[in-house]
Design a protein around this ligand. Structure first.
Ligand SMILES: Nc1ncnc2c1ncn2[C@@H]1O[C@H](COP(=O)(O)OP(=O)(O)OP(=O)(O)O)[C@@H](O)[C@H]1O
Length: 681
């Protein structure tokens, strides 16, 4: 059975439904079967009649006392039944289903599942489902899937499609885990697991299925990572870095001293660069901890030793900002910096390509534009990617390929525990900047409801009078039809009416052209714009130390890690900064989340809370940051399985580097499919 058949082969999937399913990432039967339930519900044990809860769904077990069929005045056919157990009696009513009366044999017991209401002066159950005792007992053990939906789809639709999918592929999915691994670690069979993850017989079979499928996800991910990784930790490099004399002068020229944590990390990086092995290091640091200067020093060291270096960042705004910082830090020391981003004109780009090729530039800062075919580097010795989880692994690889075993530094502001980082990022060494520069004041954070908005605006006016600047974050770009969310464009208009007319306000969002965005950010950096209303495009790494207020509208929409990142845009200078989280949420969990932010400023602590507060599979921003997408696996809770997958992936490659053994053929096919669907640039 070909599981990559289109979902259109299923009954009930027409063009419209197909687009709805596509929205959920479901294109083939294979996708459908790997679209696991979001959660499950099970049938609860039947209650005694006296314990029924009014206005809720109840299940009761009882026998029939009497049943009659009647015709009501409005011609509706009614079946009325009295059911009793040892605690009481209840009336049950069905409409237009006269056949039910014959079904209800008075010598048998039945289970009735339905809503109990007080109507016409008595308690009654309306149109319940009817089960035999045996049937119902089975249901209490089984788990019913609940799927994520999109507009146009119902749980019934999804159930129907998945059931058809399972029927079509019945026990013919190709098992790809070698038998040896399955038996050694007690993993259940593939077909069984897929069936059980959708319709578990009971909790035990669900757990078995989940364990197997989580392992699958982790194994494929680890194997993909290893297969894409052409540069291994142990590889030697021809990049020779010996002389750091120039660096001492740069350090002396800085307007600040490096913190202890920065110094430690800088030494770790320097040691790597001095060794004859390729550096493969992850640099983690909380927001505002000062990663940029470390990157600048590493690039300068490479340049002073005759090598080109690049730094690839996810947005043009950030590229421009890094370009300016690096110029300030390094140009006085005869290090030439260039910028390469998509929005440059063809002429500008061509000129930059030439400069790079002829080594008239030492350090190139840019976005994806850096990995274009036309870019030929001249002695590329160091590749830095900032916020790399926004890039596919493949993109990082493409850049590395353009050098001759260059050193690699990956920078990230998403705090994750060290053991996890090691696995999730492959075998990178990890350096952590766990200290903020001195004289930073804690950002005062408040979660308030929208009735405070006008007070917030007065506060904004006061800070602006003092010369400071403000960010306001809204979740949407344009007015949205079905959600009551603030949109950037509308909001800016409203804001202009609500605050002092002389305040300069502008907006920024991801759909604007690169050039336009750069101009706005430059104006904001130069204090030509005082209030910037923006979507989360400012989230990653924007550095305007004069900004002291961060207002986040609809803050309930964001995860903790993202809120922490957003808040990190203020408090980057000497002035006291504030973060105001506006929300009208009544949800206790959300309030708790916002409360964590009000109490804590340290990203590592916040990430631990995030883990505790969020449920399974929805961990602190990893998914939201696109770091790694696991459908079932939770890299924290399933860490043992992740470690196992890591070691088994390595074993498989050691034994069979090109996956040529017979026992690995189906695994290889599955892996190719996985890589194609996850990592194609
Ligand atoms: N040791 C230091 N002492 C004082 N200021 C510092 C120090 N190191 C960096 N800074 C300043 O702190 C600010 C934040 O630094 P940087 O932009 O490098 O942070 P970051 O780690 O990249 O943060 P983010 O992840 O939020 O982008 C900058 O204005 C920088 O000049």
């Amino acid at each position: 059975m070909e599981t990559n058949l289109s979902i259109s082969v299923l009954k009930g999937v027409g063009e419209k439904t197909k687009t709805y399913l596509n929205k959920l990432g479901i294109v083939t039967i294979d996708d459908l079967l790997h679209n696991y339930p979001r959660s499950y519900e099970s049938f609860s044990k039947p209650l005694k009649i006296k314990d029924m809860v009014l206005d809720e769904m109840n299940s009761i077990e009882g026998s029939i006392c009497a049943s009659i069929n009647q015709l009501a005045k409005n011609k509706i056919k009614i079946t009325k039944t009295k059911v009793k157990d040892d605690t009481g009696l209840i009336n049950i009513i069905w409409f237009n289903q006269l056949y039910i009366k014959n079904k209800l044999n008075s010598s048998e017991k039945f289970i009735f599942k339905g809503k109990v209401e007080y109507k016409y002066g008595q308690i009654q159950m309306l149109s319940p489902e009817i089960y035999s005792v045996d049937e119902y007992t089975k249901k209490t053990e089984a788990l019913q899937p609940i799927y994520s939906l999109t507009k146009g789809l119902t749980q019934n639709n999804m159930n129907n499609f998945v059931k058809q999918g399972l029927l079509k592929t019945r026990n013919q999915l190709k098992e790809f885990l070698p038998l040896e691994i399955r038996t050694a670690h007690g993993f259940s069979e593939y077909n069984y697991s897929i069936n059980q993850i959708h319709y578990p017989f009971n909790m035990k079979t669900y757990k078995e299925a989940r364990k197997r499928l989580v392992f699958d996800e982790f194994l494929l991910f680890q194997m993909a990572l290893l297969s894409l990784k052409t540069v291994k930790e142990q590889d030697s490099t021809d990049v020779i870095i010996k002389d750091d004399t120039g660096i001492k002068d740069i350090l002396k020229s800085l307007p600040f001293e490096l913190t202890k944590a920065q110094l430690r990390v800088w030494n770790e990086i320097k040691d790597d660069l001095y060794s004859n092995k390729v550096m493969n290091r992850l640099l983690q640091g909380d927001v505002g901890s000062g990663k940029t200067i470390i990157a600048a020093l590493a690039l300068a060291l490479a340049a002073k030793n005759g090598y080109q270096g690049t730094i690839m960042v996810p947005t043009e705004v950030l590229a421009k900002q890094h370009y300016i910082s690096l110029k300030n830090f390094l140009e006085p020391f005869n290090i030439r910096i260039g910028l390469l981003v998509g929005s440059m004109t063809l002429k500008e780009k061509k000129e930059m390509y030439n400069n790079i090729r002829n080594k008239e530039i030492d350090i190139i800062v840019g976005t994806h534009a850096l990995i274009q075919e036309k870019v030929t580097y001249n002695n590329l010795g160091l590749v830095i990617t900032d916020e790399q989880h926004r890039f596919g692994v493949k993109q990082r690889e493409t850049l590395i390929q353009k050098g001759n075993n260059p050193h690699i530094l990956v920078m990230s502001a998403t705090p994750i525990p060290r053991t996890l980082a090691l696995i999730v990022y492959g075998d990178l060494d990890v350096s952590i900047i766990d200290e903020l520069p001195p004289n930073r004041q804690t950002i005062k954070t408040y979660a308030v409801d929208t009735s405070y908005r006008s007070r917030v605006y007065s506060f904004i006016e006061k800070e602006i009078q003092k010369g400071r600047q403000v960010y306001i974050i809204c979740p949407m770009v344009e007015e949205s039809e079905d959600l009551d969310l603030e949109s950037v464009v509308e909001y800016t208009e409203k804001l202009k009416q609500s605050i002092n007319g002389s305040i300069k306000i502008s907006y920024l969002h991801g759909k604007m052209k690169g050039k336009e965005k750069n101009e706005i950010m430059e104006d904001f950096a130069d204090n030509k714009i005082q209030v910037l209303v923006s979507t989360t495009v400012v989230e990653v790494g924007v550095n305007v130390p004069n900004a002291t207020i961060m207002v986040i509208e609809n803050s309930e929409r964001f995860g903790l890690a993202q809120l922490h990142q957003l808040r990190g845009r203020v408090g980057r200078g000497e002035h006291q900064s504030f973060c105001i989280l506006l929300t009208d949420t009544k949800n206790e969990k959300t309030k708790e989340r916002l409360d964590v932010l009000s109490k804590h400023n340290n990203g590592f602590i916040i990430s631990e809370y995030d883990l505790k507060l969020r449920g399974q599979g929805d961990l602190f921003g990893i998914r939201q940051h696109g770091l790694v997408e696991f459908k079932l696996g939770n890299v924290f809770e399933d860490i043992e399985l992740l470690k196992l997958a890591n070691s088994i992936a390595k074993k498989i490659y050691t034994k069979d580097p090109d996956l040529e053994l017979e026992a690995h053929q189906i695994l290889k096919q599955r892996l190719i499919h996985y890589i194609k669907s996850h990592y194609v640039v």
